[in-house]
Design a protein around this ligand. Structure first.
Ligand SMILES: C[S@@+](CC[C@H](N)C(=O)[O-])C[C@H]1O[C@@H](n2cnc3c(N)ncnc32)[C@H](O)[C@@H]1O
Length: 295
């Protein structure tokens, strides 16, 4: 297939979180096929690596003027990509992580493409949610997952379920619209802490997690009590995500269905007994399934 026959004018690809090793073959192949690649990823060696795939790589990092409002910065990203797509399609916007995971330039490019009748293809990447689940060993299948952007959480006063794990992105820069990676506003962080305290006790242990940007580095995982969240976030890395574990397991509401489905905890205690228990267990093996909280 030649470039002109490709079924898109703009490809938007995710590059992953941990640098070059997390770029997928699918993303690489897509970038090779595009005439221009616009990259928004400050990962070590990423832009340099993309230059081995494409002769025309534009590093958008220089557009991220410190102290400027983030929205006009993202509009400029989108306008570079869309203008190039009108002139010399196909082009690629390559961004860190996953391209539709809290990535406003992707939204702007998609909206402009509708108006300008340009075709867009999206290629997934490893997101910070993916890496966080691995760093913390969390499986949302047990208790579910809620995920919010920190400022949006406060602005809309979104309700939180404290028996469901919660992921909050952009917590260190909550309520700050400017691109100031190193800045931390203690008053804004205190607003976030106060809002979360409406749903969780002050001694609830939460996690500040920063996934590794490079295979040779370990992730940073720090536990703090919710009552000290603001103090913890003041010192956190810019890309820290806040993870709040559930305070308790939600009680089973439909006992009959739970028994039919052999849900762990559907029948009290007998679960470890083997024959006749709600959850099949092997004799002599401990019950390692999810436990009901002691009341
Ligand atoms: C604008 S969003 C972009 C997310 C990105 N598109 C993705 O797929 O993860 C930035 C937020 O993602 C999260 N994030 C990005 N990189 C991270 C990392 N290395 N470790 C933990 N969280 C990260 C943080 O919550 C950060 O504030």
């Amino acid at each position: 297939m030649t470039r002109t026959e490709l079924p898109y004018d703009i490809a938007i690809v995710g590059l992953g979180i941990a640098g070059v090793p997390q770029i997928t073959h699918e993303a690489e192949e897509t970038m090779r096929r595009c005439r221009h690649v616009f990259v928004a990823d400050t990962g070590n060696g990423v832009a340099e690596y993309l230059r081995t795939l494409s002769p025309h790589v534009v590093d958008l990092a220089s557009e991220k003027e410190t102290g400027a409002h983030r929205i006009p910065i993202y509009r400029r990203f989108a306008s570079h990509v869309v203008s190039a797509a009108l002139a010399e399609p196909p082009v690629c916007f390559a961004t860190y992580g996953h391209p539709t995971m809290f990535c406003y330039p992707t939204t702007l490019i998609q909206r402009s493409a509708v108006v300008l009748d340009l075709k867009v293809a999206l290629v997934p990447g490893v997101s910070s949610l993916d890496t966080l689940l691995c760093d913390l060993g969390v499986d949302p299948g047990s208790d579910g997952l809620q995920m919010y952007e920190a400022t949006d959480l406060l602005v809309r006063r979104r309700p939180l379920q404290n028996d469901v794990a919660c992921v909050i992105t952009q917590a260190p820069m909550v309520a700050d619209a400017l691109n100031r990676p190193a800045a931390r506003d203690v008053d804004n962080l205190a607003l976030l802490q106060a809002y979360l305290l409406k749903f969780y006790p002050a001694d609830h242990e939460v996690v500040l997690a920063t996934s590794s940007p490079h295979p040779l580095l370990e992730p940073l995982v720090q536990q703090v009590r919710l009552g000290s969240l603001a103090a913890g976030l003041v010192q956190s890395a810019q890309l820290t995500t806040l993870f709040i574990p559930p305070v308790a397991r939600r009680a089973i509401a439909d006992a009959q269905l739970a028994q039919r489905m052999r849900v762990a905890g559907a029948e009290p205690v007998q679960a470890a007994a083997g024959a006749g228990s709600a959850v099949p267990t092997r004799p002599g093996r401990p019950n390692i399934g999810p436990q009901q909280p002691a009341n």
